[in-house]
Design a protein around this ligand. Structure first.
Ligand SMILES: [Zn+2]
Ligand SMILES: [Zn+2]
Length: 94
């Protein structure tokens, strides 16, 4: 899963996947912060409020986590993956 603007994979930090309201498209927080106006980069519909206030697309984050788990051998725990999981756990309980 990657952002339509920067073509980088989403993550749980500065490239947090944000759902644009009301159109439902998703773009990363970093790119949304750099947009000159509050318009969806995909469909040009106005979205409400500052990017940080938009809901996070946890489905995308969970999908990313799933992809990583499948592509990484179980015996080699990736420290970055561990951190992402911790961040996810914190974000989900908030
Ligand atoms: Zn982006
Ligand atoms: Zn849109």
């Amino acid at each position: 899963m990657e952002c339509v603007i920067c073509a980088e994979n989403f993550d749980a930090t500065d490239r947090m996947p944000k759902v644009l309201v009301p159109c439902g498209h998703t773009a990363c927080l970093r790119c949304l912060g750099l947009l000159p106006d509050s318009r969806c980069p995909t469909c040009r519909l106005d979205f409400n409020g500052p990017p940080t206030e938009l809901p996070t697309n946890f489905t995308v984050l969970q999908l990313l986590e799933g992809v990583r788990l499948e592509s990484t051998p179980r015996h080699a725990e990736d420290p970055a993956k561990k951190i992402l999981r911790l961040l996810l756990a914190v974000a989900l309980t908030e």
